[in-house]
Design a protein around this ligand. Sequence first.
Ligand code: ADP
Ligand code: MG
Length: 238
Amino acid sequence: MGAIQLKQVVKSFGDVEVIPPLDLDINDGEFVVFVGPSGCGKSTLLRLIAGLEDVTSGVIEIDGVDATTLPPAKRGLAMVFQSYALYPHMSVRRNIAFPLKMAGEDRETIDRKVEDAARVLNLTDYLDRRPGQLSGGQRQRVAIGRAIVRQPKAFLFDEPLSNLDAALRGTMRLEISELHHQLATTMIYVTHDQVEAMTMADKIVVLNAGNIEQVGSPLELYRAPRNLFVAGFIGSPR
Ligand code: ADP
Ligand code: MG
């Protein structure tokens, strides 16, 4: 499960309307990328879905339930933070277990879920290390592990690869895509990087100053960009 619907969602900070009335349907299991230049509202939109910001008006539904005023922990979604958000003094095992501990799960369940996540992420041999003893890619996988153990309805990523070097970014793009195939869970991925959008998305949402310029598959956007902004931003030949 994990269908998400935004209906006439508006977000203002003071007098400034950052997201004008916006409608968006995200289907169960879809890999959706929000792409657009810096400051266009990608993070704000993701944070509204996560519940880290309140909408000014409008409705957010998750699996057909009105989630507009639910706190983040009740939405069943998991935000994947950048790898530098790991706890350096804790082992990989404890880092991944952390959200489950906070949720008060019992020891046995925690161990099982952590080990399942470690298997999916190829981290089984690294559970007793600390983040400082891992490669950049492994650290990013630990950050994803912290989300996986919660078995969320959807994963939310906010530019997770932006602090990695180009080669590692390429590898992690493939790993996250592979993970999406494996888990078949909805993923919403924010980036300003057209290559990430074009290679990872089932559906791309092109944002410009809070407005949706176009929604479509990478191929649709490439073949038929609706306007010059979309054409210019995704580098299609129009
Ligand atoms: P992006 O992630 O696409 O770079 P953001 O969603 O972070 O863009 O920001 C969109 C706009 O909203 C920007 O103009 C930013 O300055 C503004 N903004 C974001 N968060 C706040 C906030 N807490 N208070 C005031 N303005 C904000
Ligand atoms: Mg941002």
